[in-house]
Write a protein of this length. Structure first.
Length: 204
């Protein structure tokens, strides 16, 4: 099967975009949280450092805990709950509230984000079909690398030109975009008539 038969599937590119945004949220939260907590919320360097370490600790803990949960209740349910948790945590970071609320939001983002990358990878075949899964995973990994390299830097530019408090709204927007992209990619299956015709055309 030629690679173009995979590349014409809309779910491939929607999924790659979702991976890019997911990694952007994970990296941006960890990268710019210290700046937000110190310059925006008045935390000392030591306390802010502990909070950022807590964010990465929640990310690690979430991968351990939610992997077990996914095996019991299903990958799809855990993935959607995690995406919603990321958005909810981002809202807490965005609120004009005491610093501990933002720190709590960061912890929620970290814990919720933990299983998203592996579960989206695991469910690739359900979005594009078994025959296209391997190539699609490669495209998704490329998208994640691109998103992690570019988008957090753009968030940093936003913070420097507007205000450090722009981090929260940025995380909210990216989390909602991530949910929309994943929902769209999950609806665009190889069995859809339009996609099937496109694949058939690419194979000829």
């Amino acid at each position: 099967m030629p690679i173009r038969a995979t590349l014409v599937i809309p779910a491939v590119w929607l999924g790659a975009s979702a991976f890019a945004v997911y990694v952007a949220v994970e990296v941006a939260a960890g990268l710019w949280a210290f700046t937000l907590l110190t310059e925006g919320r008045g935390f000392s360097d030591a306390v802010a450092g502990i909070c950022v370490s807590g964010y990465w600790a929640c990310l690690f803990l979430g991968r351990v805990v939610q992997g077990v949960v996914a095996e019991r209740v299903g990958s799809g349910q855990v993935l959607w709950a995690s995406l919603a948790g990321m958005a909810g945590g981002a809202v807490l970071v965005a609120l004009p509230a005491p610093g501990w609320v933002a720190a709590l939001g960061l912890g929620i983002i970290g814990f919720s984000a933990a299983p998203v990358f592996p579960l989206m990878t695991l469910m690739t075949a359900s979005r594009v079909g078994e025959a296209h899964a391997d190539r699609t995973i490669g495209v998704q990994l490329g998208g994640s690398a691109l998103g992690g390299a570019l988008l957090p830097g753009l968030v940093g530019i936003l913070l420097s030109r507007i205000d450090v408090e722009a981090l929260g709204p940025s995380l909210v927007v990216m989390s909602l975009v991530l949910m929309l992209l994943y929902a769209a990619s999950s609806r665009r299956r190889v069995g859809d008539e339009t996609t099937t015709k496109a694949v058939a055309t690419a194979q000829t």
